[in-house]
Design a protein around this ligand. Structure first.
Ligand code: F6P
Length: 258
């Protein structure tokens, strides 16, 4: 029956959260790498979680990019209330994605759909370190960076290391380095090995991984059987307060011990 199924899913969610050592897991039916409707379920789960968990007052929500995050944004609904105001910002600037799945775009879509506000962070991809330092002194950039540092909520994706390196058109020598260090996962512009150790970081402004440890509401959104290994690796050192929103395909694979 449906009740049995729901009960079973809840059991697996508890089991997975315990196995990964994080606060909570929510598992959607199916495999998100095969069925787009599963990614929409992630969006509904994120929306519901934000609606119930975000406190009253001002919330600063830092988001990452990627195709999962872009699809999740489309499911966000009204989150503003008389007492609650949300400002969406990109978590990090310019780590190499096409415009429609950039963190700036995800943050704008979420803000518009939830009736909140957003701020964009414009950092070109290819910059000399001199230009980069100069850019950081710009008042408009500084203002957004200050806001990003006040984030009390982060929503991010997780990807496979080499897949992300290729998507970002990283150089051959960088890809070789990632292979030599057995990179399996990527999140926030950081690459991780199977033990969840950082082996490479794209030097970009915005939230750094260590900052996320102190942020109360952290949501990681990733599913699909092919991402199981990446999710598992990333979670080894993920902040304990993380909520993972995933699907059955990834959950089953992780629990099998990939
Ligand atoms: O590039 C942004 C990002 O969030 C990465 O940190 C992550 O690995 C990737 O996108 C996930 O992308 P997708 O949801 O398309 O697999």
């Amino acid at each position: 029956t449906i009740m049995d199924q729901l009960f079973e899913t809840k059991q697996v969610e508890l089991q997975l959260a315990k196995y990964l050592g994080i606060e909570k897991c929510l598992i959607a039916k199916g495999d998100s790498s095969q069925q787009t409707k599963v990614v929409s379920s992630f969006g509904e789960m994120v929306n519901e979680s934000l609606a119930t968990r975000l406190p009253d007052g001002k919330n600063v929500i830092a988001v990452m990019g990627g195709t999962t995050m872009a699809a999740v944004a489309e499911e966000i609904g009204q989150l503003e209330t008389e007492k609650r105001h949300n400002i969406f910002v990109p978590a990090r600037g310019g780590i190499g994605e096409t415009v429609s799945v950039q963190a700036n775009s995800v943050s704008a879509v979420m803000a518009i759909r939830s009736q909140g506000e957003y701020r964009s962070l414009f950092v070109p991809e290819q910059l000399s370190s001199f230009a980069y330092e100069t850019l950081l002194q710009e008042p408009s950039i500084k203002e957004v960076l200050t806001l990003i540092n006040q984030a009390n909520c982060v929503i991010h994706g997780i990807g496979r290391a080499l897949h992300m390196a290729a998507r970002r058109k990283m150089s051959e020598s960088e890809i070789l380095m990632l292979k030599q260090h057995n990179a399996v996962a990527e999140s926030f512009g950081y690459f991780f090995n199977e033990k969840g150790e950082i082996i490479h970081k794209i030097p970009r402004i915005g939230l750094q991984l260590k900052d996320i440890q102190n942020i109360p509401y952290v949501f990681a959104i990733a599913g699909g059987k092919d991402k199981a290994k990446a999710i598992h690796a990333y979670m080894k050192n993920a902040p304990k307060q993380t909520w993972l929103i995933t699907d059955e395909a990834a959950a089953n694979e992780i629990l099998k011990g990939v």
